[in-house]
Design a protein around this ligand. Structure first.
Ligand code: ADP
Ligand code: MG
Length: 246
């Protein structure tokens, strides 16, 4: 039996913004169904890492594969591959002038050429899954931050991605809404979604992550289990980071 490729494979990835070396020789593999939490101080390159995985940012060198397929630079193949990689940001990025249901059905109809009835049926199932089916006809501004972020997750899932990237999805939320979004993410993880999650929520990292990747100054400094990372980090930089955050 052929062995399956990892869902994400980055090898020797380098990226500069001008003189700033933001990603340094990144090697990272994420297996199918694995949940990897990315930790690190502000400015260490976590967002850039996420953005390179779906080509929102081009890289200078190295390779990135999703499910065994190298990311093309542009064109129709790029659009198709981008659809394989769902992304949820800190800001909810919903379309303000569209209802929640429309937000979730738009891309499947446009990109996947789904029919409206099918797109709506699937969207309702996703809205059920994230617990906001009863909000379907409201506009984003009528929802709480936590509900909006769950709608953003449903919208990303509507493209049937193979991988979900989360870049500080709870950082902009009022504290009382953080848990409902983390619970939604934990549910996805339990269902077997491959996830790369940038977060400062250490409880989530401990409970939901299979692996913790610690970045500092554009490098992956540690890559271990949450247990090992939180109890016995091996680098001074990780110890220093944990000392500040815990
Ligand atoms: P993190 O998400 O870990 O806070 P980022 O990936 O956002 O880090 O940023 C890494 C570094 O790259 C930071 O020094 C940031 O200022 C810089 N940077 C990020 N995006 C850009 C950009 N578009 N142009 C120039 N510099 C950028
Ligand atoms: Mg960031």
């Amino acid at each position: 039996m052929a062995t399956e490729p990892p869902m994400i494979r980055m090898a020797g990835v380098d990226k500069h913004f001008g003189d700033l070396h933001v990603l340094r020789d990144i090697d990272l593999e994420v297996a199918r169904g694995q949940v990897v939490v990315v930790l690190g101080p502000s400015g260490s390159g976590k967002s850039t890492l996420c953005r390179t995985i779906n080509r929102l940012e081009p890289v200078d060198s190295g390779t990135i594969e999703v499910d065994g397929v190298a990311l093309p630079a542009e064109g129709r193949d790029l659009a198709a591959l981008r659809a394989d990689v769902g992304m949820v940001f800190q800001a909810f990025n919903l379309f303000g002038h569209k209802t929640i249901l429309e937000n979730v059905t738009l891309a499947p109809q446009k990109v996947r050429r789904a029919g409206r009835a099918d797109a709506e049926k699937e969207a309702m199932a996703l809205l059920e899954r994230v617990g906001i089916a009863n909000q379907r006809d409201k506009y984003p501004s009528q929802l709480s931050g936590g509900q909006q972020q769950r709608a953003a997750i449903a919208r990303a899932l509507a493209m049937r991605p193979k991988v979900m990237l989360f870049d500080e999805p709870t950082s902009a939320l009022d504290p009382e809404m953080v848990q409902e979004v983390l619970d939604t993410m934990s549910g996805l993880a339990k269902d077997g979604m491959t996830m790369l999650v940038v977060t400062h929520e250490m409880g989530f990292a401990r409970r939901a992550a299979h692996r913790v990747v610690f970045m500092s100054d554009g490098e992956i400094v540690e890559d271990s289990t949450p247990e090992a990372f939180f109890t016995s980090p091996t680098s001074d930089r990780a110890r220093d980071f944990l000392g500040k955050i815990l």
